[in-house]
Design a protein around this ligand. Structure first.
Ligand SMILES: *[C@@H]1O[C@H](CO)[C@@H](O)[C@H](O)[C@H]1NC(C)=O
Ligand SMILES: *[C@@H]1O[C@H](CO)[C@@H](O)[C@H](O)[C@H]1NC(C)=O
Ligand SMILES: *[C@@H]1O[C@H](CO)[C@@H](O)[C@H](O)[C@H]1NC(C)=O
Ligand SMILES: *[C@@H]1O[C@H](CO)[C@@H](O)[C@H](O)[C@H]1NC(C)=O
Length: 473
């Protein structure tokens, strides 16, 4: 093997370069491989410990777990720094001349340290800020619109349900405003400090600010302008969708509530962030006389449970000749909200860095949304499993957007009427033009609507990190 590589190397190197150089490249390469292999084992172990501690905390938001996780974060940061010093010090001038691109890329990734570049006290502060903000977000409570003695409404499941189901303008507005007052407003000062520390960390990695550092993994110099161009391409379709939905909402909520030409009040769109409008499909459905595409009632009638939803998703992936969920997955995932403790309910898929332990944490409810989400999260696990043979530094999406795309490719095909019919969740549906249009509208309310939302989030944060948007704004 080694010999073959050297031969390949010699063929590539031009005659002008001495054969010796070629040989020394080969030797360097062997040494580089050994060096990286040495780091790999320890990195997997440290990664596993941190993921384990993070999982324990997010699954049970106790003070003890929080402390254990903070400790694990610092230990991981210490190792990252140690590794980074080796990569940038001794190897710093050697790796850029390696011939093998994959090796170079590993070194390049390893020479970006991330937030661990902060001095330890400031790193601990940074981690505390992030953790405090997450806790505020996950534990925020507000009072009921009708009953001010009941102040125990949480985002999950209570407020999400109201946003989804209520068609009472004032109740929706109450929920939208109060939740922001009890989450975002309380984080404001912390977010400012977070931005400052994040930028300091980015600068220690030789980026201008954290926004730039976030862009690095896309490995593109034109990312921002590419996104802008893509958005402008999509905008005419979005504007038509927006105008159509606005007209329907005007009919439901009245001309005094929804203007003819202006923006739509965000609390009327069925979702706390207005990032997906599929929950108001009942209002905007183009052909209301066609059978419903929401299979929730069929799932409930057939006695579906969260476990059964997960088994169904597992069967789906296996039917595509992808991997079955491993035993650890079934033993350790959390698929229902546990009683008697606080937990981060936002659905997530976890890779424990050891090639065997993969889990999902999700407060599943028996409805169509969660059926799709379950497939989406399991799509992440599939991706984890497919790249588990890669070195740890490569075990992530091809770029930061790619993992979500893999999840969505899967969930998009699951929600088609044809598939739902195949698995016995839609009985008598005739697949004709009108039900096609209904289905496409439902997809647009989710997928087309999300694109400007996602773009907006990044635009806003880029501007916060680079100082174009000030805290007062
Ligand atoms: C570079 O190294 C990778 C990983 O070790 C290997 O899979 C690949 O074949 C190498 N490429 C060349 C051109 O030798
Ligand atoms: C509050 O009252 C409105 C009617 O006044 C009703 O439509 C709504 O369902 C009630 N909400 C809750 C959470 O009880
Ligand atoms: C919130 O939802 C949970 C789960 O359905 C329910 O048990 C609880 O009573 C709700 N809280 C309030 C304040 O309505
Ligand atoms: C499933 O994948 C295996 C190997 O990954 C392959 O040998 C087999 O032919 C595939 N089966 C089908 C039905 O595609």
């Amino acid at each position: 093997m080694v010999c073959l590589r050297r031969k390949v190397c010699c063929v590539i190197v031009t005659i002008a370069l001495a054969i010796d150089l070629c040989h020394s490249q080969g030797a360097d390469e062997i040494e580089a491989r050994l060096f990286l292999a040495g780091l790999e084992q320890r990195s997997q172990l440290e990664c596993n410990k941190l993921v384990e501690a993070s999982w324990n905390y997010e699954a049970d938001l106790s003070a003890v777990n929080n402390q254990l996780r903070a400790q694990a974060q610092l230990e991981k940061a210490r190792w990252d720094k140690e590794q980074w010093e080796l990569v940038t010090g001794e190897w710093g001038h050697r790796w850029p001349t390696l011939r093998n691109e994959s090796l170079r890329r590993q070194f390049r990734h390893l020479s970006i340290l991330g937030t661990a570049a902060l001095p330890e006290d400031r790193l601990a502060k940074y981690n505390d800020l992030v953790s405090d903000m997450k806790t505020t977000y996950s534990t925020a409570k507000i009072c009921d619109y009708n009953d001010f003695t009941n102040c125990n409404l949480r985002l999950e499941p209570n407020l999400t349900r109201i946003m989804k189901k209520s068609r009472n303008y004032d109740e929706l507005r109450h929920v939208w405003e109060e939740w922001r007052l009890s989450s975002g407003a309380l984080m404001r000062k912390k977010y400012e400090q977070f931005v400052e520390l994040a930028n300091e960390a980015a600068q220690r990695n030789r980026f201008d600010n954290m926004g730039e550092m976030w862009l690095y993994p896309y490995e593109s110099l034109t990312f921002k302008s590419d996104m802008k161009r893509l958005w402008l391409q999509l905008k005419p379709l979005y504007e038509q969708l927006h105008a159509y939905v606005r007209r329907r909402l005007r009919e439901v909520y009245g001309q005094d509530k929804v203007s003819r030409r202006g923006a739509i009040p965000a609390h009327l769109l069925g979702n706390m962030w207005a990032q997906s409008w599929s929950n108001i499909y009942d209002i905007v459905q183009p052909y209301p006389n066609k059978p419903s595409l929401d299979v929730t009632q069929f799932m409930q009638a057939q006695g579906y449970t969260p476990e059964r939803m997960f088994r169904l998703a597992d069967d789906f992936f296996q039917s595509l000749n992808l991997s079955a969920m491993p035993p650890q997955f079934w033993a350790r995932s959390i698929i229902e909200k546990p009683l008697g403790r606080e937990m981060v309910c936002h659905a997530s898929a976890w890779d424990f860095c050891n090639g065997v332990d993969y889990r999902i944490k999700q407060c599943t409810e028996v409805n169509m949304d969660y059926l799709v989400t379950t497939h989406h999260e399991m799509g992440h696990i599939q991706y984890f499993i497919q790249y588990r043979h890669q070195p740890l530094i490569f075990r992530e999406g091809a770029n930061p957007g790619f993992h979500e795309a893999v999840g969505d490719v899967m969930s998009l095909s699951v929600s088609t009427p044809r598939h739902l019919k195949n698995i016995g969740l839609l009985d008598d549906i005739v697949i004709d033009r009108e039900s096609d249009i209904n289905f496409l509208m439902l997809m647009a309310l989710d997928k087309v609507v999300f694109l400007p939302f996602g773009y907006l989030m990044d635009r806003w944060r880029w501007d916060v990190f680079n100082g174009n948007t000030y805290p007062d704004d």
